[in-house]
Write a protein that binds this ligand. Structure first.
Ligand SMILES: *Cc1c(COP(=O)(O)O)cnc(C)c1O
Length: 392
């Protein structure tokens, strides 16, 4: 791996050129590979070399370029790309756990992550303890010498609560547990989870890495030992592979990832600041604002508040819906990290399934809006939000 800086890595790292010397990364849309002779096929099944592939469920040259580029960005030895972010979360956890193992997880999770921890792992005899991710005392009490792994989102959905990666990793490592971090909201640009102690980092590349909401994808980043010996056998035999076409799209997305995330975060701070001055907004949650309870941690851990702003409109669900329906630039959808700004009403969509008691606990109120700031002009976005609020 090179010692290039991030922007250079994002443009060049992992590129493999064929005999034609193509400038753009090639899309190898093939499920299989022809061997020069039977002996070579036998040899490859014994041990495939770095440039040798067997079957696209195991690996593909385009997918490999994506894996090497994201591993270089993340600073991990290796990475395995998957069909979606959820295939990555499921693969990382299921591949390393067995019946009787214990996992500690933050409670504030993306709905599908919660399903895997609450419903899937427990079905196979894994014990799961949920904690309030921001409360280090709860982590200290829950992680025991028998705990195999801890899992958390470094910044939670939709209430943008941070988990202190350094401190939780220290607690986990002191008891021999592996630290698995879903770093999607914080982005690979802002959250350097591995250098802060995480062992395994997971992305849904569907979000910022794609950046235009085109295709699903995911990736597991970690040591060679974890990625190739623990995760890969499970992933390749259970069909978690990403389509080479999607890997190619996400490889292209990485070229502009740093520029886009920084532009979005700059605009997000402007949006959050403007919303704080709006009388119809009862609460603004943005880690980049001094009013956020974890502002200092956010600055130390990410150096920014990120690309999402969550806020509460006065007047509950009806006002929130009137506001969303009045928006002219931002779309009503549930993706994030897209070039197009997106407004989401978590209580009735992404978190609809949660019982009221759980929604209350997580602060998912009827007036709450999650706003993914896109690449539009910040002034235009603020004007759109203001005219929307006037109609709320
Ligand atoms: C979107 C998301 C996922 C799942 O990713 P998919 O690509 O949709 O499968 C997992 N975790 C977080 C925090 C997400 O935002």
């Amino acid at each position: 791996m090179s010692d290039w800086n991030i922007r250079t890595k994002l443009v060049h790292e992992g590129t493999r050129r064929s005999q034609y010397g193509e400038m753009a990364e090639a899309l190898y849309l093939t499920q299989g590979f022809a061997y020069p002779d039977a002996e070579a096929a036998e040899q490859r099944f014994i041990k495939a070399g770095d440039d040798e592939f067997i079957y696209a469920r195991y690996g593909n040259p385009t997918t490999r370029m994506f894996e090497e580029r994201i591993a270089a960005l993340e600073g991990t030895e290796d990475a395995f790309a998957t069909a979606s972010g959820m295939a990555a979360v499921n693969g990382a956890l299921v591949s390393m756990l067995r019946a009787g193992d214990h996992v500690v997880s933050a409670r504030a999770l993306f709905g599908s992550c919660l399903y895997i921890l609450e419903e899937v792992l427990t079905r196979y005899g894994v014990k799961v303890t949920f904690v309030d991710g921001a409360d280090l005392d709860q982590w200290r009490a829950a992680v025991t010498p028998g705990t195999k792994a801890v899992f958390f989102e470094s910044m939670s959905n939709p209430t943008l609560e941070l988990v202190d990666i350094k401190s939780v990793s220290a607690i986990a490592h002191a008891r021999g547990a592996l630290v698995i971090v879903d770093n999607v909201f914080a982005t690979p640009i802002f959250s350097k989870a591995v250098s802060q102690g995480a062992d395994v980092v997971i992305y849904s590349s569907t979000k910022h890495i794609d950046g235009q909401g085109k295709a699903l994808g995911g990736v597991i980043c970690g040591t060679k030992e974890f990625v190739r010996k623990v995760a890969e056998p499970y992933l390749k035999h259970t069909g978690a592979a990403i389509s080479p076409f999607n890997a190619w799209l996400h490889l292209q997305g990485m070229v502009t990832l740093d520029l886009r995330c920084r532009a979005m975060a700059d605009a997000a701070l402007k949006v959050a600041t403007a919303l704080e001055a709006e009388p119809k907004v009862t609460k603004v949650i943005y880690p980049g604002l001094a009013s956020h309870p974890q502002h200092q941690l956010a600055m130390a851990q990410m150096g920014t508040g990120g690309t999402l702003v969550t806020f509460e409109v006065a007047g509950g669900k009806e006002a929130a819906f009137r506001f969303m329906n009045a928006l002219e630039i931002a779309k009503i959808s549930n993706n994030l990290g897209d070039a197009k700004s997106i407004a989401t009403h978590p209580a009735t969509t992404t978190h609809q399934r949660l019982p009221q008691e759980q929604k209350d606990k997580l602060g998912i109120t009827p007036g709450l809006i999650r706003f993914s700031v896109g690449l539009e002009d910040a002034g235009d976005l603020i004007a759109d939000l203001k005219q929307g609020l006037a109609k709320a």
